[in-house]
Write a protein that binds this ligand. Structure first.
Ligand code: ADP
Length: 481
């Protein structure tokens, strides 16, 4: 089976979030199951610089305002098609905006071009290559499915994966004329969205199947509260909607071999976490005592519930826990958390910034990681927490609800508990969960059982890849012969 994946990001070449981890890991996990996945990505500078021999397999005299070509390359163990379009992608800064973080005003054009190339490849533009299925990720590649629907590849099964419904790619109606779609596409059941053009909306409308990155989030986005304006459409498509939880890279995230850690350990040697814990105490200026250290590794945003955390910090300290917070984002939230650290010296420490190595040490040394998200399509930090014996304390939403088993009496008795859940996402419920955590922490036998159970959880991509394969097969069976 040949699957063409279309994505703006792929690990390890271009990454701004969990999307890249998924698109980078999936081809490897699928290969083991007899599925060949090739991935079309934009020719950003770091991608173009990574391969020397450039030989186009397809050329566009004109694609969204300039010359473009598609290159077939193998990089970092991945089979790629790279869309080289210097007028669109050869720019400094991140994949979506300049170095100051402002989005490029022509992002619609950049990702329409990526999508058009995806649909052209699906329609047989590259000699000797014809995918059986096309799999698009997020709004930046969603239009692939619209171009397919109104073009040659209308009969090719397609899948749209939503990694975060908050990002939709909404643009004014004025761009429609430049997309190269038939007039009929500017309709309620096409690309039209609240009077403008909706890229993700168009993909959701055209996809043969829609997936998101956890079963609970797949249900939540059917409601107005989580649907971000798309719940009506998602409900209409609910019979084609699936939730498949992400895996993690268990080679990179392995406490037994992780080079970022001060001390490596396994579930059988939890005491060897102590030097990591001491390193966290040093780095965050925390008192040295036996109380639980609860950490946060997060974007500091409303989605992540960081304002909820900020209102609960005094209570968390009063409950006897210490807090180590690593994050960056909203300036107001940074300020509120830094003020909390100043109020509670020795009990709360904050490092503002992005520090991959430190995030590993925190997972390897802290007792718990708290994730009070308002919504969470899948979430990765709770999965790393499970693997590192850093007990997740999570809001019961999206992927957090699907991956953590709450340490209630029944789960503890059955020996299946892996963390603590709370609902709703507010300060009172969060505090209650922290108190339950502190209570469990006071009984080493109970706490270590929860840690070990988490460390036993299968977090590999293998199971998720099976589910994608199953879905690809289902789509193939729907293809008209
Ligand atoms: P999202 O993609 O919504 O930000 P996820 O939990 O899916 O949330 O993934 C976040 C990833 O970014 C994780 O790998 C996490 O460890 C990492 N991360 C977030 N903030 C920081 C930070 N300040 N320093 C280091 N790593 C971070």
């Amino acid at each position: 089976m040949q699957v063409l994946s279309v994505t703006p990001e792929i690990f390890p070449l271009i990454k701004t979030g969990g999307l890249a981890d998924v698109t980078g890991a999936l081809p490897v996990a699928l290969a083991a199951k007899g599925v060949t996945m090739r991935t079309l990505i934009p020719g950003f500078p770091m991608v173009m610089d990574a391969f020397k021999k450039k030989k186009a397999v397809y050329k566009y005299p004109l694609l969204q305002g300039g010359k473009a070509s598609v290159h077939s390359v193998q990089l970092a163990g991945l089979d790629l098609f790279v869309l080289d379009a210097p007028h669109l992608f050869d720019r400094p800064g991140g994949p979506y905006g300049n170095a100051a973080g402002a989005d490029w005003p022509d992002n619609w054009r950049r990702f329409a071009a990526l999508s058009q190339a995806g649909a052209d490849i699906a329609g047989g533009a590259i000699s000797g290559y014809m995918p059986d299925i096309v799999h698009a990720h997020d709004w930046q590649s969603a239009m692939t499915l619209a171009y397919m629907r109104y073009g040659k590849a209308v009969g090719t099964p397609s899948m749209m994966t939503v990694h975060n419904l908050a990002f939709q790619g909404q643009f004014g109606a004025g761009i429609f004329g430049e997309l190269g779609l038939p007039t009929a596409a500017m309709a309620l059941d096409g690309v039209e969205y609240y009077g403008g053009v909706g890229f993700l909306k168009a993909g959701l409308q055209a996809a043969w199947a829609i997936t998101t990155v956890s079963p609970t989030y797949a249900q939540e986005i059917r409601s107005p509260e989580f649907g971000m304006g798309l719940d009506g459409l998602i409900n209409m498509r609910s019979s084609d909607l699936y939730g498949i939880v992400n895996g993690i890279d268990t080679a990179i995230w392995d406490p037994e071999t992780d080079r970022h850690l001060v001390s490596n350990y396994t579930a059988a040697s939890l005491k060897a976490r102590a030097p990591n814990r001491a390193a966290v105490e040093d780095r965050f200026g925390l008192d040295r005592d036996g109380s639980p250290i609860v950490c946060v590794v997060s974007r500091l945003t409303w989605q992540k519930g960081m304002d909820i955390l900020a209102t609960a910090v005094d209570g968390i300290v009063a409950a006897g826990a210490r807090l180590a917070i690593l994050g960056s984002g909203d300036a107001g939230l940074e300020g509120a958390l830094l003020a909390a650290a100043a109020r509670h010296r020795g009990r709360i420490g904050v490092v503002v910034g992005y520090d991959e190595g430190l995030s590993h040490v925190m997972q390897g040394g802290c007792d718990a990681i708290v994730i009070p998200s308002r919504f969470e399509p899948c979430g990765l930090t709770q999965l790393y927490g499970l693997r590192y014996g850093c007990v997740p304390v999570v809001a019961r939403t999206g992927g957090l609800a699907d991956t953590i088993i709450d340490a209630n009496e029944a789960a503890l008795a059955a020996g299946v508990a892996t963390g603590f859940q709370f609902a709703p996402s507010d300060g009172g419920a969060l505090l209650h969960a922290i108190r339950r955590l502190a209570e469990a922490h006071a009984s080493p036998a109970i706490f270590e059982a929860i840690q070990r159970q988490g460390m036993k959880t299968d977090l590999s991509w293998d199971r998720s890849a099976d589910k994608y394969v199953e879905l690809y097969r289902l789509l193939l069976s729907k293809r008209v012969a």
